[in-house]
Design a protein around this ligand. Sequence first.
Ligand SMILES: [Zn+2]
Length: 237
Amino acid sequence: MTISAEALRELHRFHRQLTDLRNRLELGPKQIRASEANVSRANDQVNEAKNTLTKAKVTTDDKQLQLKQREDRITELNNKLNMANSNKEYQALKEQIAADEQANSVLSDEILESLEIIDGLTATQAQAQAELDKANDELNKTTGRVQEKQPMLESELRRVTAELKEAEAILPSDFKMDYERVSKARGEDALAQVEGEVCGHCFHMLSPQSMNELLMAKPVFCKSCGSLLYLAEDASP
Ligand SMILES: [Zn+2]
């Protein structure tokens, strides 16, 4: 039973192409999932920014309402002041007005501060929205790119699978079972090219007997890693 290094080299090439195509086919959906995760994260940030802004606006509106109510009360107290019947009543009203004015001054400062915070939060929300738009755009682009590429990769995969089958069909039948066992278990690592006198997969030094068998085109498996060995093109007799 003999099997040429050329035939094994070709098998190895098909296996490597299949590995590469499968990796590229898996990469597309992975890229889409990563883009989807980015969109979801950006969306969470937009929602969080919106909620924070809404809460800040509600608080500020409350404070503005409180300020207005207290201003109305001050007007009312001032009217009463003009109609005060006694000095005691006049003084009491004066004190209340002073207290309300003091409270409103504090409140006005707080409102100004809140309005500044709202400006900041509005900017944050706009930025989060821009990030979300960008993430959505990226997702669309990735999805488009992957959808465009997948059919081509799938047809390549079918083509190379058929080519591999064809190449496998001409293997000697008494060798086929050994080959299929290792090919099924290890894919492209089922085969290894001999580099000098070592296995190209695990770098195990080959015995002179193994080297002789390889030169006689006999099937040789690496005694260390089990790869099916073949000689490099320039090493063939
Ligand atoms: Zn090896």
